[in-house]
Design a protein around this ligand. Structure first.
Ligand code: NAP
Length: 336
């Protein structure tokens, strides 16, 4: 069976996901497209020979659409994901699942009422081969019990409309999710530290930030969010255990030695650094739609990250340590 996908939002990542679903992923086809910018939707639909819909709700309801990929502006995610769940259609939703924990909770409750996993959230780092190897080392017990995690998230530049809270809600959410996934436990509290302002950033932007996360077992996760470093997109991760450490390796394919210097390229952006992860993520999603067995980042993961992210925003505003309170547990479905 070929999964017939409808895509909502054909901006930067929506268009890239469309290309993947059309040319990289096996067993999927984009049949329907919508975007608030109708001309943009038409342009992208033409490449994929897909039909253009006036709005997301009509696309979700269409008989020709088996599953939906939501890559529109974050404030629209809740409405579209809820409509997919109501229609019983599997949905891949780009992060964030929704813009706050109450909205994520409504999606979680709707999925539980539907009685089966329908939602996968776009936390693509879980599919990155390097992060997978790092997790396997942890699970082997090679370095002993983890005590500390260092996570570095640097972007070359941030968009003009980037606000301080977005360093957490748009950027650090990936680090929050990957820390939970690597350690296999939830975050219970957070603090946010604000170092000296990077003068390359907009005057009012609190950049960089250090987001400190405390886990259930007492591991401290230090996340550096630094979105105007100029030199490239630099993702680092290291876990310190009781008798060793494990860190992500260098991503460069080649190392250049010349004129007394040794150098290696730094990825330009997330699209380059996580290209393989996005391929694997969408293949996994398409496979899960075909088999009816979803295994990717769940609605619970989207909810848990949102609760931590809301707490971190509050910690940024108050300078206080803020407790993270998750309500309930990951849902168990008979079909899982
Ligand atoms: P973007 O380039 O601004 O694209 C969003 C697109 O959705 C735009 O074409 C926008 O149109 C359209 N849109 C807005 N409201 C809509 C609606 N009601 N119905 C249909 N289309 C609508 O943003 P982006 O960078 O692609 O980000 C999209 C989402 O993906 C965000 O949630 C972002 O956080 C996430 N993302 C995830 C990753 C990752 O690594 N996982 C990377 C990048 C982005 P207008 O431009 O006309 O408003």
């Amino acid at each position: 069976m070929t999964v017939r996908v409808g895509v909502i939002g054909t901006g930067m990542i929506g268009a890239d996901h469309m290309r993947r679903l059309t040319t990289v992923v096996t067993g999927s086809r984009v049949v329907a497209v919508t975007d608030v910018d109708a001309e943009r939707a038409r342009r992208h639909a033409e490449h994929a020979a897909a039909r253009v819909y006036d709005n997301g709700n009509d696309l979700i309801a269409a008989d020709e659409v088996d599953a939906v990929l939501v890559a529109s502006w974050a404030p629209t995610h809740e409405e579209y994901v809820l409509a997919c769940v109501a229609a019983g259609k599997p949905v891949f939703c780009e992060k964030p699942l929704a813009t706050n924990q109450a909205a994520c909770r409504r999606i979680l409750d709707a999925e539980v009422a539907a009685g089966r996993r329908l939602v996968q959230v776009g936390f693509m780092r879980r599919y990155d081969p390097a992060y997978r190897m790092l997790r396997a080392v942890l699970q082997d017990g090679e370095i002993g019990a983890p005590t500390l995690v260092y996570s570095v998230h640097r972007n070359a530049n941030s968009p003009a409309d980037y606000a301080s809270e977005m360093l957490i809600t748009d950027t650090a959410v990936h680090d929050i999710d990957i820390a939970r996934w690597l350690l296999g436990e939830e975050i219970v509290a957070t603090r946010v530290l604000t170092p000296r302002h990077n003068r390359r950033a907009a005057a009012l932007l609190s950049d960089p930030l250090i987001v400190v996360l405390e886990t259930e077992s007492g591991v401290l996760v230090n996340v550096e969010v630094n979105v105007n470093v100029g030199y490239g997109y630099d993702i680092r991760g290291e876990v310190v255990g009781e008798r060793g450490t494990v860190a992500l390796g260098d991503t460069a394919a080649v190392v250049l030695r010349t004129r007394g210097q040794r150098s290696a390229a730094v990825p330009a952006d997330w699209g380059e650094r996580f290209a393989r992860a996005y391929d694997l993520e969408l293949q996994d999603w398409a496979d899960s739609v075909r088999t009816g067995r979803a295994t990717g980042p769940s609605v619970w993961d989207g909810y848990a990250v949102s609760v931590v992210s809301d707490a971190a925003v509050s910690a940024l505003h108050t300078g206080e340590r803020v407790a993270v309170r998750l309500i309930g547990k990951p849902p168990f479905y008979e079909k899982d």
